[in-house]
Design a protein around this ligand. Structure first.
Ligand SMILES: *Cc1c(COP(=O)(O)O)cnc(C)c1O
Length: 397
């Protein structure tokens, strides 16, 4: 049997291909198989086993082999010690919050985040379980410093933030967190570890929705918490085994397979999105373009510092037109699909209307309705031509 475990002496692309894979000891296959079993054979005398343990093969909710292979790869790609893979990005976020926070603890979180984070921290954990929460515009680290309380346990930021792309300075906020005995978690879904690795910048936890870039093909769901084993053991025991948001072996396998091409896909997403953002910015009918790669974007300098290989595939933009023309424009698109989610191979667009309940947390230019556009890896000329012909059909070009 050839040993194929690749350590940090290898580059990112080599690890995306090899880490977590090995020759299958039983068959000699050069790809590890999917183990579609939920239970494992017990030892001769199982009576003293810990049924809530994460060690060893016992029951798939406690830990399955495909889940472990994927964890090995993701921990390596994020340059961290350990990883927990769960059933969705939201299972990872709620699993982190549930295990770390207790009644009376205080959390500071970014004003622009994935909607479930807003629900969890602004409605559920505070009202149901007595966790104190403060929404902060984390684009200025000083706002975070001012919001710190003696009981601040966790700072949770999302950068780039969904859907405004707002950028927060990971290194500066990690410093503030640690000076105040708090932990920092960063939702890295928009960047992916190819473009940004929060733990290298001082964060304690990285959260990834694997549903997006890491799987990359729009055909499965998963989430990951990456960080030190010291904390991840607690999260594994409390949130994976006892909350139960475990990933299926098949989804772990699909994501493992999709992640092999993460570096190639991200390179194309980065290039396509930058080209589309620049082109959109040049049009008179476009009211604004939010993309961290544009020099005109507010967070560009910080993004340049912390996003080492590019700015990702998601941008938001507005059109100088009325509500219904936005929908008409979308109905004329042929290459780009109107659907939520992002980070798929194909381009996806979603119209977020004027009455989003969190509009008050967004910059002014977002108040007339806007598009969140996940630029895919198609030929960039085809993406631009598609937008162009749809704008012409609604009389904006
Ligand atoms: C999609 C998304 C999530 C949630 O992930 P799911 O896999 O859909 O549960 C979390 N954070 C960000 C930034 C996302 O875009």
């Amino acid at each position: 049997m050839t040993k194929r475990t690749y350590g940090k002496e290898y580059g990112f692309k080599t690890r995306a291909v090899h880490t977590g894979n090995d020759v299958d000891a039983e068959t000699g296959a050069i790809k590890r198989p999917i183990t579609m079993a939920n239970s494992y054979e017990l030892p001769y005398d199982p009576s003293d086993m810990n049924w809530s343990s994460a060690g060893g093969n016992l029951y798939t909710r406690n830990g399955g082999s495909n889940q472990k292979y994927l964890q090995e790869k993701l921990a390596s790609l994020e340059n961290s010690e350990d990883c927990i893979v769960l059933s969705s990005g939201v299972a990872a976020l709620s699993g982190l919050f549930f295990a770390l926070l207790e009644k009376g603890d205080h959390v500071i979180f970014s004003s622009v985040t994935y909607i479930a984070v807003y629900r969890l921290l602004n409605e559920l954990l505070n009202n149901k379980f007595g966790v104190e929460t403060t929404i902060v515009d984390t684009t200025d680290p000083e706002n975070v410093r001012k919001a710190i309380r003696p009981n601040t346990k966790l700072i949770h930021i999302e950068t780039p933030g969904n859907p405004t792309l707002m950028i927060s300075d990971i290194e500066a906020i990690a410093k503030i967190a640690h000076e105040n005995n708090a932990l920092l978690s960063v939702d890295n879904t928009f960047a992916s570890p190819y473009n940004q690795r929060p733990i290298e910048l001082g964060a304690d936890f990285t959260i990834e929705s694997l549903t997006k870039y890491i799987n990359g093909h729009g055909d499965s769901m998963g989430g990951a918490i990456i960080g030190k084993t010291e904390y991840l053991d607690i999260i594994r025991a409390q949130s994976q085994i006892n909350l139960g948001g475990v990933i299926s072996p098949f989804n772990a396998w699909l994501i493992m397979r999709g992640s092999v091409t993460l570096p190639l896909r991200m390179k194309q997403h980065n290039e396509n999105a930058l080209a589309v953002a620049k082109w959109l910015e040049s049009l008179d009918c476009v009211s604004f373009v939010a993309y961290p790669g544009l020099e005109s974007f507010k967070g560009h300098e910080i993004a340049k510092k912390q996003m080492h290989d590019g700015y990702g595939g998601v941008l938001s933009f507005g059109l100088k037109t009325d509500h219904d023309t936005h929908n008409k424009f979308v109905s004329h698109l042929k290459v780009i699909t109107s659907a939520v989610s992002l980070g798929h191979d194909e381009s996806l667009i979603v119209f977020l209307g004027e009455d989003d309940e969190r509009q008050y947390l967004y910059p002014d230019e977002f108040s007339n309705g806007f598009f969140r556009f996940s630029v895919g890896i198609e030929d960039v000329e085809d993406i631009i031509t598609d937008i162009e012909q749809a704008l012409k059909k609604v009389g904006l070009l």
